[in-house]
Design a protein around this ligand. Structure first.
Ligand code: SF4
Ligand code: SF4
Length: 339
């Protein structure tokens, strides 16, 4: 039997999502990276050190996630992991598509990395590869098996879209077989490729699911996965009428750092020059208005302001013009743990 809890924003924890580069060996149809907004640089080790130092005063309460692009393409990833450990960051996760370049598993230890977090969007190559690229399924599964065999804890991220929601339940035997400890179900956001399709056959973004599809499939599937002894996390997305709305931008500390120096507090803002902070000469500085902070301060009946601006199609309205429900902050999650 799974125990469910809503993971509210913590005032005592900091989450630092540090994009070391935007380059990637894959070309996923729904990739959220937008080089026009995030740059194309690979951050040198010295710059990574100075930018991490900006967060070092609270490193012990900070969950650091190293990502890209594909972070294992960064030649100095092992050095960066060691550096973060020396700086005493509270936890350290590496998000990867599974290709695990530069022999990264041999260059770091399970004591240094809390999780390797793999991205897979289907239970078979037939479902996953049309979204993420030919060979991506086999490479990711192989990467997970190698990581588990070497004693690393692994998690898996599944981005739900119209193309794969019907196959989510079939992930259960694969998750169990692979020895995945944590399963993150993610909602496809309209940013990056999903908002600006590359064009050409086979590159169309897979499209967001409806509220009905989400509510019909995600919560019950999450329970079934948790019953396997796997911790499952998924975004709440749609608030019940009785549930209060809260914007993480007002009450929590999340930082999304990009190689061009932009630092966002909200991932939905990442497709726009709305970042509230920026690294200039390696110093973290506040941006002048108008930026995302001005949006966090607004109260609207639809709930999340950025959702209303960039993906209004997921809100329904009553005949009197009021929204039928509120959209939750994308950073509020439901977590299921096996009892
Ligand atoms: S979604 Fe991730 S793995 Fe896919 S192209 Fe973008 S950065 Fe690479
Ligand atoms: S997703 Fe919406 S509610 Fe959450 S931080 Fe961004 S603007 Fe605020």
């Amino acid at each position: 039997m799974a125990r469910k809890r809503t993971v509210a924003f913590s005032r005592n924890a900091v989450n630092l999502f540090f994009h070391l580069l935007t380059r990637c060996n894959l070309d996923c149809r729904h990739c959220y990276i937008n080089p026009d907004q995030h740059g194309t640089a690979t951050l040198p080790l010295a710059t990574v050190r100075r930018w991490l130092e900006a967060f070092q005063p609270r490193s012990r309460e900070t969950n650091l996630v190293l990502l890209g692009g594909e972070p294992t393409l960064h030649r100095d990833l092992a050095h960066i992991i060691r550096l973060a450990r020396e700086m005493r960051f509270g936890s350290l996760t590496v998000d990867t598509n599974g290709y695990l370049f530069h022999d990264i598993l041999a260059r770091v230890t399970p004591a240094e990395v809390d999780y390797f977090s793999f991205s897979l969007d289907g239970p078979t190559a037939e479902i996953n590869d049309p979204l993420r690229g030919e060979g991506a399924f086999d490479a990711c599964v192989d990467g997970i098996r190698r990581a588990v065999a070497q004693g690393f804890a692994t998690s898996l991220i599944y981005t739900v879209s119209r193309a794969n929601i019907d196959h989510l339940d079939r992930m259960r035997p694969l998750l169990k077989d692979l020895g995945i400890a944590q399963f993150f179900i993610q909602v496809l956001g309209l940013r990056g490729r999903s908002a600006h399709p590359a064009g050409g056959p086979g590159t169309e973004p897979p499209g967001q699911v409806t509220r009905e599809q989400w509510l019909d499939v995600i919560p019950p599937t999450a329970v079934r996965v948790a019953d396997l002894g796997i911790t499952v996390t998924y975004p709440k997305v749609f608030l019940d009428p009785s549930e209060p709305f809260a914007c993480a931008g007002r009450v929590a500390e999340n930082y999304f750092v990009f190689p061009n120096g932009r630092v966002y507090r909200c991932p939905l803002c990442e497709d726009h020059p709305l970042h509230s902070l920026v690294f200039r000469d390696d110093r973290l500085m506040a941006m002048p208005p108008i930026n995302e902070q001005d949006l966090f301060a607004l109260t609207i009946p639809e709930g999340c302001v950025m959702n209303r601006l960039i993906q209004p199609g997921n809100i329904e309205y009553r005949p009197d013009g009021r929204p039928a429900y509120q959209i939750a902050c994308c950073l509020i999650k439901e977590e299921l743990r096996a009892e």
